[in-house]
Design a protein around this ligand. Structure first.
Ligand SMILES: [Zn+2]
Length: 99
């Protein structure tokens, strides 16, 4: 048995997808500051069921179960919704220079 861990697999997936989408061609005009990125992740995660696991084995199993096209598509929809909400009402203090 590996050391116990406590992670939300949904969070892991959403963080990865948000980071990926923000760096892709479709979202070039969206702010990439840490505030906006975290706000997008938080907003997305608040609308999704969490999936907590306590071992690496169950983390891998949950990741495999969740990392299927139908589910990723559903999560992506939530992220895109959140991206638009955040870009409409950004919390960053200054107008960011292009990053
Ligand atoms: Zn920002």
């Amino acid at each position: 048995m590996s050391e116990p861990i406590l992670v939300n697999v949904t969070e892991e997936i959403v963080r990865g997808l948000v980071s990926f989408l923000l760096r892709g061609p479709e979202y070039q005009t969206f702010c990439k500051c840490q505030t906006c990125e975290y706000d997008t992740v938080a907003l997305t995660l608040n609308a999704l069921p969490s999936k907590y696991v306590t071992s690496l084995e169950s983390r891998d199993e949950a990741f495999k179960m969740m990392n299927v096209p139908e589910n990723i598509e559903l999560i992506n929809k939530g992220i895109i919704h959140a991206l638009h909400a955040v870009s409409k009402h950004p919390r960053h203090k200054v107008e960011p220079t292009s990053l």
